[in-house]
Design a protein around this ligand. Sequence first.
Ligand code: AHM
Ligand code: MG
Length: 356
Amino acid sequence: MVDDQQPLVEEHTLDRDCTTLSRHVFQQLQSFSPEAQDLSALMNRIGLAAKLIARRLSRAGLVENALGFTGDMNIQGESVKKMDVYANDVFIAVFKQSGLVCRLASEEMEKPYYIPENCPIGRYTLLYDPIDGSSNVDINLNVGSIFAIRQQEGVDNGDASDLLQSGRKQIAAGYVLYGPSTVLVYSIGKGVHAFTLDPSLGEFILSSENIRMPDHGPIYSINEGNFWQCKESIRDYIRYVHRHEGYTARYSGALVGDVHRILMQGGVFLYPGSVRKPEGKLRLIYETAPLAFLIEQAGGKASTGTHNLLDVVPTELHMRTPLVIGSKEDVELVESFIGEQERLEEERRLIAAQQS
Ligand code: AHM
Ligand code: MG
């Protein structure tokens, strides 16, 4: 009896070990169509970028020029770290000569980067934040990469204007979390799946399939150091969770880590607008929209506080949005504090941005 079952156990283990990223995409699409081939190859390349970045992070304290600042500022006016530049270049390098991606747009580049030799055939654009939470890099805490894939629409005369569309145009999105292990979470609009890098194989292997997040969780994740810069509505929300049992705070300084916790355990992450900066800090196209796509796919919700985040149409590549993301009930609780008045203010702000 036991002997009879033995091969089954091994079969199961082998099957799991063979469920690599590219195979999983084919399984999801149930075809070897050109679209499935493209998406599988795209995910495979993103996986390669993640492995290269994970390798450098794991040895950062031992190699020259891995840690610290470059001395430059990026388009956001933030000091650039050496690891930001390395990771940005890794994504470009893995997509060169891929024949898949014509344009890449990232937090670290003012304008999209074109790979002209791919453009006649490669109709995809990669949007990415190469190192999210880079303040954690020099102290060996978790960081991430965020990515989204969009299909190019129409002719691009060099202004990439077709990128200025809502997050609903994303065909795939995800993130890589560089923590105690390296985890890649992705969705192509068919659920959310997590892969763990098996260093002995050098492969991302499926570790959780069809992740569904709870409708409510105990975590609230916000930089409370900004309490007095927050609008009164957000201060009221923070007071509410302080006064009610069942809430606990977690904030790592890296969005990917905080959102991953919420994806797995439920709760809410907020980076709201402040009185002085109503647009908040996080960028729409390569930070908040990809995460919103993923969290919706897992049964959660993402909002600016007043509007569904996936409906926001960017007015420029590096546009920022406030973010409230996580379990449905917890996001709706935050929204209930924000209310009608701020919803109207937000609408006026978006219309003004579109007209300017
Ligand atoms: P980065 O991509 O430049 O690292 O900025 C984004 C990060 C997020 O990962 C994190 O949630 C947030 O900025 C932290 O900001 P703050 O230090 O203001 O709380
Ligand atoms: Mg970031």
